[in-house]
Design a binder for this molecule. Structure first.
Ligand code: MRU
Length: 345
């Protein structure tokens, strides 16, 4: 395989390495991924994360196993196990389905490797296309609010929502960014703030609970977020807290855009109600675990609810920005994401 590299993934001499996103921004630590168990553990622990990135990492690991001579049955088993490593983002399932299809022919070794390589290469191109389409919506001087991390760490390219922000910055639009810290795992505070700093883009980090008052004060011009799965009717799942931002944006008359590649669209999900939502460990809400150990601020036995994602109904969205273009309600109602349906909520 040809070597490949992006912000959080390196493929060198048929060896895969990932940047440990759970340790950013303090520590930039790369770890080797040679087998399925290691990658599944890393996906569960969010050492690698973001809808496109987990799909690409899983696909390239399967290709690595092919290069190392694993037999057909072992590769088929790896694909099935990786496919269910996280339940909400559909990109992983689509990528594994593509690899499973590539297993069918006589030349399956060549086909699986080529499919995995194409997933990486295509994702970079998809990011650039989304960035171009999305940046065209952004007016000079806009103050854009974003949530979670949707940048280079989450994709093979420049990102989805953050790619749009980056492109608008590169176009000298003089934008600035409000970064939601994104409780409970702080992808905004740890990852997006880091990426924006590296890119030299003006930003302010805020606690999630501050978004409403900055909107009320007229200091937010647009909300741009990513997605883990877009249903046929335009509802989408994204990091917990996204739905609240969409409600707030609508109340304050602020345009709200979701940015995702077509690989995030799931025509088989008729509405957001059909998207499975990952439930995570109570410890993530009770406190934080880092290199220094565990800091618990809640009673150790506090009962906790911890859904990792929420669903934003199509009615609250102004723009769906895909690599194929920008869509509004009329196109979504016409079935651009799948069979025509009525809005779920
Ligand atoms: O739990 P995470 O960090 O994987 O959640 C990531 C998100 O919700 C992103 O917004 C989404 O995957 C899009 S990334 C381009």
């Amino acid at each position: 395989m040809q070597d490949r590299e992006c912000l959080a993934l390196r493929l060198q001499s048929d060896r895969l390495q990932l940047l440990d996103q759970s340790r950013l921004p303090q520590v930039q630590d790369w770890f080797a991924v040679d087998d399925v168990d290691t990658l599944i553990e890393a996906i569960h622990a969010l050492r690698t994360r973001g809808a496109p990135m987990i799909a690409i990492a899983a696909a390239l690991l399967v290709a690595v196993r092919v290069q190392h001579g694993d037999e057909h049955a072992a590769i088929a088993d790896a694909i099935e196990r990786l496919r269910t490593a996280r339940p909400t983002a559909v990109n992983l399932m689509h990528a594994m389905d593509a690899l499973r299809a590539a297993l069918d022919g006589d030349d399956w070794r060549v086909a699986v490797v080529a499919t995995a390589e194409a997933l990486f290469d295509d994702d970079r191109a998809l990011c650039n296309a989304m960035a171009e389409h999305g940046a065209a919506l952004v007016a000079p001087g806009e103050r854009i609010l974003t949530h979670c991390n949707t940048g280079g760490l989450a994709t093979a390219g420049i990102g989805t929502a953050l790619g749009v922000i980056r492109r608008a910055h590169e176009q000298d639009k003089g934008i600035s960014v409000w970064v939601d810290e994104t409780r409970p795992l702080l992808q905004g505070g740890r990852l997006t703030a880091w990426e924006l700093g590296e890119l030299g883009i003006d930003y302010r980090l805020i606690a999630d609970s501050m978004a409403a008052s900055f909107m009320a004060a007229g200091q937010v011009d647009r909300v741009i977020v990513g997605a883990d799965r877009i249903a046929a009717n335009g509802d989408f799942a994204n990091k917990i807290g996204t739905y609240g931002l969409a409600v707030l944006a609508r109340h304050h008359g602020i345009p709200f855009a979701v940015v995702a590649p077509h690989t995030t669209v799931d025509p088989a999900c008729s509405s957001g109600d059909a998207i499975p939502i990952e439930q995570r460990d109570a410890a993530e809400v009770r406190g934080v675990t880092g290199a220094a150990g565990e800091l618990c601020w809640a009673p150790a036995n506090a009962r906790v609810a911890n859904p990792a994602f929420d669903v934003t109904p199509a009615a609250l969205i102004d723009h769906w920005v895909l690599d194929t273009g920008v869509y509004e309600h009329a196109a979504v109602a016409e079935g651009v994401f799948g069979p025509k349906t009525t809005a779920a909520r």
